[in-house]
Design a protein. Structure first.
Length: 351
């Protein structure tokens, strides 16, 4: 990484008298001013000691393109965290390979607290179960804090005859192999959740994979495919617009971002059925404990702000904040759940 003078703190040695210190300090400030550095919004506090974290901007890598849910959540969170932690947190979008490029970039970054991953289910939990990845999540990344969950909602076309989810399940079970379900792709989180739902209830549906949620939902709206279980962020606008009929949400306790839609677990007597796409922060393994703690504290405070709560609600993300130890436990549980679904349904993706 190239040296950046805006990230260097000036600390004069104790052997220089006060006049000499002031003279050298003035000369340095003049030199920086002549290069235009002091006009940058990222200028440093001249007297900050080098040992203080953070003493320069922090980069938060989002492994998805701008405008995606993880990106939107990371942007509002980073703004609040910047105020709390005392330095700017800059969003860096590194999209590609289903989130794998950005995730790998953080895994291979210096373990100094200046690179944070806005991690999510796809590249961190699901991809390593289905294919070889260039990163090893458990060896190369430390879970700092879980931020929230994206609920998934079971939907059909508006003219589908079932009046509620119980009747819908009865119809599906009565005609094995008749009903089709759409997903955003083989091995996608939506696919795994739908297979888990089908297996838990003994439903034999026919999988129709698409390249993304938009074409999948388009065919559900038209009735060409019978049902799908997709993210609340994707389906709620269509539900509000009268294009899709909702039947149930995948989180065990229901969700505030899907008002009026019952939890599948309680409605269908499926205790423990609690699946969603998580969002959380991670840093490279080896990051000093005190640095991780500072990031965690800033994250927890930011997550309690009204701005972050409102933003998460707007993009249909259920806030489910968990500290590192709870986050680690959640990751182990959801990995086991998804691994079971993959093995039982023999799900494979093209490498």
């Amino acid at each position: 990484m190239s040296h950046d003078p805006t990230q260097t703190a000036f600390t004069p040695t104790s052997s220089i008298d006060s006049k000499r210190r002031e003279y050298l300090k003035a000369q340095m400030l003049l030199a920086l001013a002549s290069t235009g550095v002091l006009s940058s919004p990222l200028s440093f506090a001249a007297d900050a000691p080098k040992s203080t974290y953070p003493n320069r901007p922090i980069k938060m890598i989002v492994p998805w393109p701008p405008g995606q849910a993880t990106d939107l959540a990371a942007r509002v969170l980073s703004q609040e965290m910047s105020k709390i932690i005392g330095t700017q947190i800059i969003i860096d979008n590194k999209a590609g390979a289903g989130g794998g490029i950005g995730t790998d970039a953080v895994a291979k970054s210096a373990a100094d607290g200046y690179t944070i991953l806005a991690g999510s289910s796809g590249p961190v939990t699901v991809s390593p179960l289905l294919q070889k990845t260039p990163y090893d999540v458990e060896k190369e990344l430390i879970p700092v804090a879980m931020l929230g969950l994206s609920p998934y909602v079971l939907v059909t076309a508006m003219n589908f005859p079932a009046k509620d989810i119980k009747e819908l399940v009865e119809m599906f079970k009565a005609s094995p192999g008749k009903y089709t379900f759409a997903t955003s792709g083989t091995g996608a989180t939506a696919h795994l959740i739908t297979e888990a739902f089908n297996a838990a209830l003994g439903i034999q549906g026919i999988h129709i994979p698409y390249k993304g949620s938009i074409p999948a939902l388009t065919d559900v709206v038209s009735g060409q495919v019978h049902y799908c279980i997709e993210t609340a962020a994707s389906v709620m606008p269509l539900i509000r617009g009268g294009k899709l009929k909702p039947y149930g949400v995948s989180l065990e306790k229901g969700s505030a971002v899907t008002p009026g839609i019952p939890a599948m677990s309680s409605t269908l007597d499926l205790p423990g059925f609690d699946m969603g796409a998580w969002l959380g922060l991670m840093v490279p393994t080896g990051t000093p404990k005190d640095v991780v703690e500072k990031i965690a504290i800033a994250t927890e405070k930011a997550m309690s702000s009204a701005e972050v709560k409102q933003a998460f609600n707007t993009i249909a993300l259920e806030i489910d904040y968990r500290r590192s130890d709870e986050f680690i436990k959640y990751l182990k549980n959801i990995k086991t759940a998804f691994s079971d679904v993959i093995k039982k349904n023999n799900i494979k993706v093209d490498s």
